[in-house]
Design a protein around this ligand. Structure first.
Ligand code: NAD
Ligand code: LMR
Length: 345
């Protein structure tokens, strides 16, 4: 029996993401939690003739804790796109004041109700909300770094699409050949395209100006959507696809089917010191940064190992420069998230 819970299920991401999860044959129960309209979305999805049983969980008032508890009980995978999206002129960091406490409180419930679940954090700013989640779980004594994932798949999806357009390759053939490491905002996002000889050969045909434009587009793709939506939010549909792509790899690994090295590893923003060889990567190549996005290899719903981008991929000098810029931005966000929880009761 595999139970998946979506927190923020009635939102712009939550609804299409829940639809995709409802279609996954490995899901037995899909629990939809939101502070508004969770029951409506659940009723709607429950009419689809796929195996997952859909349940809606919506608190009757602010004091009602039953809804979140029932949504999370026995959950194997909790996906969190709850919170506020950006409007034009805002950075992801501007969302911290509202989204930090939403994540803190939701994760406290996860830690108390289903501490063994894999947790996927979508809510922004991811660079800080993942450290918040880790600190809450640490306080509760249930932190498993192998099961806490910041979802950065949209950056990979964008990189595959944009590079595919540039070098005239189907984006599908680029999956796993481009790694987007670092964090999930502006210049903390670092696309590595020089990762295999085929791509290197093709991408070397890109002019320096095209390469610069490609990196900028991957780093600021989110802004492109925020601007185009003109006040109506940020990426929702491409994010639902990306979030589902990551969730699907966790579900595959839970089902014990296509696991480990047989599937192309997705990248995720994770707590390195808690992973095998993670501390070494952090100290040796990342100036001690504790959270960083790397390609992760999954087994049974958790991280078995990761690919060290500095060992296994051919990083160019230019890409190393991008990493060092990324580390500056990450350090501030990680400290902000960590201190937020350490400072709260
Ligand atoms: P949205 O406003 O459409 O939906 C958010 C949903 O969260 C709403 O339904 C709201 O009722 C719900 N919510 C708010 N507080 C809640 C709580 N305490 N418990 C449960 N649900 C709660 O926003 P969206 O467009 O779906 O974006 C959601 C978040 O995802 C934003 O923070 C956005 O910045 C982020 N995002 C991340 C990525 C990424 O790549 N990681 C991509 C796109 C968006
Ligand atoms: C994105 O990359 O599209 C998301 O992080 C949403 C945003 O605020 O840009």
């Amino acid at each position: 029996m595999v139970k998946v819970t979506v927190c923020g299920a009635a939102g712009g991401i939550g609804q299409p993401l829940s639809l995709l999860l409802k279609l996954n044959q490995n899901v037995d129960e899909l629990a939809l939690f939101d502070i508004v309209n969770a029951n409506g979305v659940a009723a709607d999805l429950s009419h689809i003739c796929s195996p997952a049983k859909v349940t809606g969980h919506q608190p009757a008032n602010k004091e009602d804790k039953l809804a979140i508890t029932s949504a999370l009980t026995n959950s194997d995978l909790v996906i969190i796109p709850a919170g506020v999206p950006r409007k034009p002129g805002m950075t992801r960091a501007d969302l911290f004041n509202i989204n930090a406490s939403i994540i803190r409180d939701l994760i406290a419930n996860v830690g108390k109700t289903c501490p063994n679940a894999a947790i996927l954090i979508i809510s922004n700013p991811v660079n800080a909300t993942v450290p918040i989640a880790a600190e809450v779980l640490k306080k509760l004594g249930v932190f498993n770094p192998k099961k806490l994932f910041g979802v950065t798949t949209l950056d990979s999806v964008r990189a595959e699409t944009f590079l595919g357009e540039l070098i005239n390759e189907p984006p599908k053939s680029l999956k796993g050949k481009i790694s987007v490491i670092g964090g999930h905002s502006g210049d903390t996002i670092v696309p590595l395209i020089n990762v295999n000889s085929t791509i290197s050969a093709k991408s070397s045909k890109i002019t320096p100006a095209q390469y610069k434009e490609f990196v900028h587009r991957v780093q600021f793709g989110g802004d492109e959507v925020v601007k185009a939506k003109n006040g109506a939010g940020s990426a929702t549909l491409s994010m639902a696809y990306a979030g589902y792509r990551f969730a699907e790899s966790v579900l595959d690994s839970l089902a014990g089917g296509k696991t480990n090295t047989s599937v192309v590893p997705e990248t995720s923003y994770v707590y390195l010191p808690g992973l095998p060889n993670g501390e070494e990567l952090s100290k040796k190549s990342l100036n001690g940064a504790t959270y960083f996005s790397v390609p992760v290899i999954l087994e049974k719903g958790e991280i078995k190992s990761f690919i060290n981008p500095f060992d296994s991929l051919t990083i160019t000098e230019n890409e190393k420069q991008l990493v060092s810029v990324a580390l500056n931005g990450l350090e501030k966000s990680i400290a902000q998230g960590t201190n937020f929880v350490k400072g709260s009761k």
